[in-house]
Design a protein. Structure first.
Length: 133
């Protein structure tokens, strides 16, 4: 790990993903940059974790059981200031659904950016640089 990567180790990241393989791959990519991320398997769990921890970045799958990523993002954005979650937490949509209308719906839900799946290391690096630097 080079010196630049160590800069990211202080950040708190949540991966919201229902697919176990994608969880492991994304976690490994973040570990490459010194980040040990938490994982939530669906949007409802993401809301609960976000209430408990002030994340700097949330990587949000959009299609999941129990609660999808758009609804979870809206709920996280609606937290009042007395709750621990940072109201300005950066939320990135990570999904294979990348049509122009899909991407616009992610922004409309309150997400800050979009990363198409399959996510590659260079994409994760770009997200970290753009949003955590």
């Amino acid at each position: 790990m080079n010196g630049d990567n160590a800069l990211y180790s202080k950040f708190s990241v949540l991966i919201v993903e229902d697919n176990e393989v994608n969880q492991k791959v994304t976690s490994a990519m973040l570990m490459h940059f010194g980040i040990k991320a938490d994982i939530a398997e669906n949007g409802q769990l993401a809301i609960e974790k976000a209430k408990q921890t002030g994340y700097d970045l949330i990587l949000m799958d959009c299609q999941m059981p129990v609660m999808n990523g758009m609804d979870a993002t809206k709920a996280i954005r609606n937290f009042n200031e007395s709750q621990r979650t940072k109201p300005d937490v950066t939320i990135i949509a990570m999904t294979a659904n990348a049509s122009k209308d899909d991407v616009q719906s992610y922004y409309d839900a309150g997400m800050d950016d979009f990363a198409p799946k399959p996510v590659e290391l260079e994409i994760v690096q770009g997200i970290l640089y753009k949003w955590l630097s």
